[in-house]
Write a protein that binds this ligand. Structure first.
Ligand code: G4P
Length: 530
């Protein structure tokens, strides 16, 4: 194997940061970028609250047009590693793209607010990580504020998320009483000194046997940490790197992103434990990332930057080999040789055209409308396909029709186009004769995007009636049942998706259990296949 290629791929780390809004994802990302020298000033990422998406949400034009700003990627170098951070937007920007981004990552960092514990959006994103079996690292943030008991936090992660935990360090107090962490590997205390107003704190390493320790952290804290360590060493899981890499054991770190406490040790440990680009399954078996032949798959499409041309940017994750700008590639689904046009990457703040990229990297290419989510790009002569990207369960539903029935053709054309780009999902009602479509979205903003785009690009006004369904399940074995005669509650609806799969829409979890109990053998899934 070409040693230069091997070296480049080996040093890549591609991961997503997941969290519930406000847990500190942006602050932590910013600190990472600072370490990497990719930005040189705190606040460059977050800026003021009014424009807090300064670096990551780079498609400002799109934002002004009211279209959801989707996940972005940032690349930087740190201690010989080439790091790709995939950002997963939260708040109202939350969409299917957020989930799809996780398909391009080799591991995930889960940021948890120490005073809140596991929150809703973390749960959802976590499920996707588990489905992929990627390693998950936990950063318990905001220890400089009053936090929940750390043992309770770990228990909650284990119980609610179903993953074992291994605390790599352990906090000493929290809030005003936060004194630092105990590093279990070094068997040393890293002390934290609150510095009234200065945001960055200095961390100092003190040996557990240092005679001054109790005066540094306080007599009571000293006794507590000695007890805690004994408890941890006796009761917690053993560290097992294989379990970490399989995604069943999560190394946990306590710290405070804002004061930059515990961030560097976290980054260093994380980079050692997290894998270089992973092999991926394809229709012709597992593809090794070190294979010299370039291959990639499309995990996201950013639509219609220019209204007149309907142009798009397709984001692809390189899975093997090296990408070279001038080389010919092969688009498997389109059965076509081509050159990828205007390949670009985001390096911290700058979006730049690139000449080469390696397995693990994410590139965006100009798409004249030929790529779909999940498509495979290889070198001429190779025709394998990477396993598709699952369809994620929407959580908001509305019945949508066009106000002017003479425009139904444009309406269908527009809506189908938007479905192909993966921004929304549509469903029809079999056996009813209804012609309206049911639109399902992961984040509410997508409804506005749909309305805006149909009006602006297809000149169609729509009527939207919100439906009260909250859960959707794909029927895995529809042909084992007479679907017209399923025993379901009156407020459960049978629908078909874009690929003619059968699904059920439910208004509550209770109704899901009811359907499963009353229809023996019925198999329901939260993820659909395209
Ligand atoms: P997000 O991307 O996960 O949504 O969270 P973000 O980093 O934007 O952080 C949310 C809020 O939490 C911010 O405060 C941020 O300063 C604060 N924060 C992040 N990490 C820590 C930490 O370790 N300790 C403390 N005490 N606070 C932290 P904000 O008031 O919403 O914004 P700003 O006015 O500080 O910009």
């Amino acid at each position: 194997m070409n040693p230069a290629l091997k070296k480049e791929i080996e040093r890549r780390r591609t991961f997503a940061i997941i969290s519930h809004p406000d847990a500190g994802k942006t602050t932590l990302t910013e600190k990472f970028l600072l370490y990497g020298g990719a930005i040189n000033q705190a606040g460059s990422v977050k800026g003021k609250k009014s424009d807090r998406h300064a670096v990551s949400d780079w498609m400002e034009i799109e934002k002004q047009r009211g279209i959801s700003v989707t996940s972005s990627v940032m690349q930087f170098n740190y201690e010989g590693f080439c790091i790709n951070i995939l950002d997963t937007p939260g708040h109202q920007d939350f969409s299917e793209d957020t989930y799809r981004t996780l398909m391009a990552a080799d591991s995930a960092v889960m940021v948890i607010d120490a005073s809140k514990g596991v929150e809703n959006q973390t749960r959802k994103l976590f499920k996707v990580c588990v489905m992929r079996g990627i390693p998950i690292f936990t950063f318990i943030n905001k220890m400089d504020r009053e936090s929940r008991n750390p043992f309770d936090l770990l228990e909650q992660i284990e119980q609610e998320l179903g993953i074992k935990t291994y605390p790599v360090n352990w906090p000493i107090g929290s809030g005003k009483e936060f004194k630092g962490v105990y590093d279990r590997d070094k068997k040393a205390i890293i002390s934290f000194t609150a510095n009234g107003g200065h945001r960055e704190v200095e961390a100092r390493e003190v040996d557990l046997n240092d005679e001054n320790l109790s005066s540094i952290i306080g007599e009571e804290n000293y006794r507590n940490i000695v007890d805690d360590i004994e408890l941890l060493d006796g009761a917690s899981e053993e560290f097992d790197i294989e379990a970490v890499q399989k995604g069943v054991l999560s190394p946990v770190f306590f710290g405070s992103a804002l004061t930059n406490f515990g961030v560097e040790p976290f980054l260093e440990n994380f980079l050692q434990m997290t894998p270089s680009p992973l092999a991926r399954e394809s229709s012709e078996g597992i593809i090794d990332p070190f294979d010299e032949n370039f291959s990639a798959f499309v995990f996201k499409i950013q639509a219609n930057m220019n209204k007149a041309h309907r142009d798009r940017i397709a984001f692809m994750r390189i899975c093997s080999g090296k990408f070279e700008r001038e080389s010919e590639v092969y688009h498997v689904q389109g059965n076509k040789k081509m050159k990828l046009s205007q390949p670009q990457q985001l390096m911290a703040q700058e979006r730049e055209i690139i000449d080469e990229a390696y397995a693990g990297d994410i590139i965006g290419v100009f798409d004249p409308g030929i790529f779909s989510i999940g498509d495979t790009i290889t070198v001429p002569g190779k025709k394998f396909k990477y396993s598709g990207i699952p369809t994620f369960a929407p959580e908001h539903f509305a019945r949508v029709s066009c106000t002017d029935t003479f425009k139904r053709k444009q309406f269908l054309k527009g809506i189908n186009q938007i479905v192909q780009e993966g921004a929304i999902q549509i469903f029809t009602e079999p056996y009813t004769g209804y012609e309206e479509v049911i639109v399902g979205v992961v984040g509410m903003l997508q409804f506005e995007v749909l309305e805006h785009r149909l009006k602006n690009e297809y000149n169609v006004d729509i009527r939207r009636e919100t439906l009260s369904y909250e859960h959707i399940r794909w029927i895995e074995n529809p042909y084992d049942f007479d679907l017209k005669a399923l025993t379901i509650t009156s407020d459960t609806k049978l629908v078909q998706d874009f690929h003619d799969n059968y699904l059920l829409l439910f208004t509550s979890e209770w109704n899901i259990r009811w359907a499963l109990e009353r229809n023996e053998g019925l198999e329901l899934s939260e993820f659909g296949r395209s």
